[in-house]
Write a protein that binds this ligand. Structure first.
Ligand SMILES: CC(C)(COP(=O)(O)OP(=O)(O)OC[C@H]1O[C@@H](n2cnc3c(N)ncnc32)[C@H](O)[C@@H]1OP(=O)(O)O)[C@@H](O)C(=O)NCCC(=O)NCCS
Length: 388
């Protein structure tokens, strides 16, 4: 392990760091942060210039690993404090399994910060060895707008077979090349039928509301807002506007090529934000991300704040309209927006449940995160999740 050293890059140093790195690194060197992520982090409303933003693992001066840290707001009642979100985490392929990843996390935790991580199964296992605390997973949903999960007979048949074989203790794959080919064949006609039904539903919920696209959401709260949870990772309008102004993902056309492991470019990507008015009254906003990559198109329903009487149906209705206009195959939704879809016989079978596990380390037994942890209401846009 003593071949490796670490370096902390602070928020205020990021723009210069990345400019110098790009100018000096060999062509195939791994990139520890993209210029657009560095620019965004330098403007993060939850960050101070001297907050750690990136931990580097170095071997003979060369970057062989990194851990990204994103400061986010934690709100507990009337108190707002700072938590560090473990964002990106990578050990270069030539040093994997030699302790670099663990060293980076240990270094971050030695800084005495309140920290949170969500990640894949491998990350979770390492985090457990590093003494994290866990809560029950956050559940969110995706809606299959192509209908193939429900109406592809080949998929249905294989699913039934899997169930039968599972009972006998045998494993059986549902996803095969022929199932996917049938998906593609069926997707367009099914999508049209489903979209027509959902559009009618959406129009009925948005009747009488004036909806306008906006580059920034208003700072003022809407009329009769829904009360905020007691404790949450707080995303006030200033944070939402920061995300809208500094996207991390670029449309592929025109994006430079980088040796970057995490999401940097998609065939298409953009945020879409809307204000809603009822007559002259401002009743709220809703923000979505629209992606297309590798033949798939999807929409995520992100931040929203709406008059209590319009929730959750008006945001869901707007999400459906955005997804249909984007010709999305999939719409990802926070749990409260999925509720009306669970109740409907057409949409219930098209919903899939997903889980996100939160793991935390506390700066001290009485730190703000330690005190809030058990009371925290998790949200779909927590941490860095809404950026990608
Ligand atoms: C995840 C990652 C950063 C770990 O870094 P690493 O330097 O390889 O890991 P370490 O050598 O420090 O090992 C830490 C733990 O990871 C596990 N681990 C390491 N290599 C592993 C491998 N190839 N397969 C499975 N587990 C492995 C071990 O459990 C180890 O714990 P142990 O020392 O108690 O056995 C690295 O594998 C990586 O870059 N993966 C690709 C990017 C990624 O998936 N990032 C995480 C998502 S944000």
């Amino acid at each position: 392990m003593d071949d490796f050293s670490t370096r902390i890059v602070r928020v205020g140093e990021l723009p210069d760091f990345i400019a110098e790195y790009l100018a000096g690194a060999p062509p195939n060197a791994i990139l520890p942060i993209t210029p657009q992520r560095a620019k965004a982090q330098a403007h993060n409303p939850a960050a101070s210039a001297d907050d750690p933003a990136l931990l580097l693992a170095l071997s003979s001066g060369e970057v062989v690993g990194y851990l990204g840290l994103l400061p986010v707001f934690l709100r507990d009642g009337g108190r707002v404090s700072k938590v560090f979100w473990f964002s990106t985490w990578l050990a270069a392929p030539q040093v994997r399994g030699r302790g670099v990843g663990r060293m980076l996390k240990q270094k971050a935790l030695s800084l005495g910060i309140d920290a949170v991580s969500t990640g894949n199964i491998h990350t979770r296992q390492v985090n457990r060895k590093l003494g994290c605390t866990e809560r029950e997973p956050f559940v969110f949903y995706s809606l299959d707008l192509t209908g193939v999960t429900l109406f592809n007979p080949l998929r249905l048949g294989r699913r039934a077979l899997r169930k039968a074989l599972h009972a006998l203790g045998r494993d059986f794959a549902v996803e095969t090349a022929s199932v996917r080919a049938a998906d593609r064949f069926l997707a367009t006609p099914l999508h049209k039928t489903i979209a027509a039904r959902l559009r009618a539903y959406a129009d009925s919920w948005l009747k009488g509301l004036k909806i306008a696209e906006t580059p920034r959401i208003p700072e003022i709260p809407p009329q009769e807002p829904r009360p905020l949870p007691v404790a949450s990772f707080h995303r006030p309008p200033v944070v939402v506007n920061w995300m809208l102004e500094y996207p991390w993902v670029l449309p592929r056309a025109g994006a430079p090529h980088f040796n970057y492991h995490f999401t940097h470019a998609r065939d298409e990507f953009r945020f879409q934000a809307f204000t809603l008015h009822d007559g002259k009254r401002y009743v709220g906003f809703a923000v979505f991300s629209l992606s297309a990559d590798g033949g798939k198109r999807w929409v995520k329903a992100l931040d929203y704040h709406l008059s209590r009487r319009l929730l959750p149906n008006a945001v869901l209705a707007l999400a459906l309209k955005v997804a249909i206009a984007w010709r999305a195959h999939r719409l990802e939704l926070p749990p409260e927006l999925a509720e009306p879809l669970k109740a409907h016989p057409l949409t219930r079978p098209l919903l899939s449940e997903h889980k996100r596990l939160y793991q935390a380390w506390f700066a001290a037994p009485n730190s703000p995160l330690a005190q809030a942890w058990e009371r925290l209401t998790f949200g779909f846009c927590d941490g860095d999740t809404a950026f990608t």
